[in-house]
Design a protein around this ligand. Sequence first.
Ligand SMILES: *Cc1c(COP(=O)(O)O)cnc(C)c1O
Length: 351
Amino acid sequence: MISFYPGPSRVYDDIPKYVKEAHASGILSMNHRSPEFMTLMKRTVTLLRQKLRIPKDYTILFTSSATECWEVVTQSWITNKSFHLYNGAFGQKWYEYTNKLKPGATALPFGRETTLNPGQALFEGSENVICITQNETSNGTQVSNEIIRSIRTGSSQHLIAVDVTSSLAGIKLDFTAADIWLASVQKCFGLPAGLGIMICSPAAITRARAINNRQFYNSAAVMADMMLKWQTSCTPNVLGIYLLMRVMEKVKPIGSIHKITETRYRDWINIVGKQSKLRHLIRNEAVRSLTVLPLEADEKTIRKVKNSAKANGFLLGDGYGDLKPTTLRIANFPAITDREVKALMKFLRKH
Ligand SMILES: *Cc1c(COP(=O)(O)O)cnc(C)c1O
């Protein structure tokens, strides 16, 4: 079965080999304060920086999931208010999660066909946190680097946190345009679940240290201090970090990956455009995600296409939440091979 599910998703074929290697190397039984572990951490962070073009002065931190990153953002950076710009289920969940811990959260929902107009947004106060879901996995929309940059320009007194769970390592991101970029590895990284990543600007680290909340399971100030020694506050997912290092060694730089993602996206749009019953859920081309393709049809067609795909060896993503009965989703993630993409395209052409 070839998985086109947008998370957890197809993992790289080399994963079993890397797992064996990790075991043979002894790293899995090494203390997380040992020089061997610190070398692994340093190399992983260095490779992430190189391959994803993360600025030198940004700090990379590890958690266990993107959801945990939402929690760290809330506890370590939100003192008063947070503003949540979202148009789908993940952005809404992030808002709800935050609001339970810090009731000053403000929901700023927008339509999924809407191109955000940053000029219209006014974020009151100062030193608050603006939360944006860059790639909304539930409905296949995205917020462009340019829009994030202009939100930043208009609200430099706030920190900007961006959920890039289903786009980090799949497309080029302009890290200097925001302060906290969060994700997990079971989507575009092609890795098994169990590791979250936060990429933090110098301003984010300075603010976390000034707020200095250190009482939580994972507090950003503590994590940043530990990372200065290439360590983590608790025993981390060493296998996950090892696998991330090996995958980062192997993948092309993000510029090349972005080109592949974009080319495949265009090919998908072409194929979908020729379908009689299925169509892209999002009409506004400017907001379509490059990494998650949501296709819409009547319930019967969706059921039929998914079942028939399964019988032919393709696992397609279910629609998410309210969209479940009338949509399906196709992941356009780097770990999926050209051959697999072509095979699914051929299958869809015949339908
Ligand atoms: C998958 C996903 C999450 C949740 O990720 P976990 O690692 O399961 O916590 C959060 N946000 C977005 C946009 C996602 O696609």
